[in-house]
Ligand binder design. Sequence first.
Ligand SMILES: [Fe+2]
Length: 326
Amino acid sequence: MTLSREELARSGSLEELYGKLDRVGMGPGWNKPTPSLWASPRKTFRPAHWSYERARGALDAAGRLINTELAERRNLILFNPAEGNTYGTVRTIVAAYQMIMPGEWARAHRHTPNALRLILDAEPGTYTTVDGTDIAMEPGDVLLTPNWSTHGHGNDSKACAYWLDFLDAPLVQLLEPMFFEPQEEDSNHEAFEHEPAAPTKESPFVFTLAETLRRLDAAPADPAGPFATSVELGSPALDTIALHMMRLAPGTRTAQHRSTANNVYAVVRGRGVTTVDGEAFAWARGDVIAAPAWRPHCHEAADDALLLRVTDEPVLQKLGFYRTDA
Ligand SMILES: [Fe+2]
């Protein structure tokens, strides 16, 4: 039952007014249950670390227990331990480990979330089809599937293939422009007949490790800076996500850094420790570290290390919200 202007105007006390306001879908801005502005970014999402070794164990079990007919993707979501969160690795980005078995095809689809993957372990014969082109997947390669590109994954090798996916899906969920469409396929996917004769690496959608290493060799070293030696993949790689490959020589300790952007680090090679807002995480190849926005963090390498930095910086920059204290 709604209330008239006169009935609202007759409220004799604040308590009475609050009760009536509630009934007409309004709230007193001077008496909010929670503040809507605060002095600086809150620590909602938490520093966190995920182990590839553990993920492999779980994926190998999943390989026995679920197939790609039943699962759109056989993947493990790295959800941040923030209270109430079940999806994002940080506020805007979700990371997931994925595995595809020999002879399998993870059926093609397209969606508005932008995605990329970092290949961890894959034998020749593993490929991603992006808009009809079969692109070879090799360890250390970074492969893009931007907004609305059709993509599926195939494995014609003899070994299981593992990689890390990163998507801006949490951001798309927040802003609401979510669209998803499976590609129509006959139940016997053509991949089983279609043997991708020679998946290519000639594609704007792939950054090969070999090329990235060549660029790192030529890049200026800044061991004391926050990013050591670093090259950007793309500019940015995706509308919402920038990618930087960082190389840390043994013993490097980077400067502590924070910004309003979220950073997710994936270990391409090496061992070391990343400290995020006072929490130290020891990492090895394939591990993932979440450094949520405004959390100071730095890295220390025990041996020659490569870290892929996945960040929503382009979003913050476009919107005028990017700040750093570096
Ligand atoms: Fe996808």
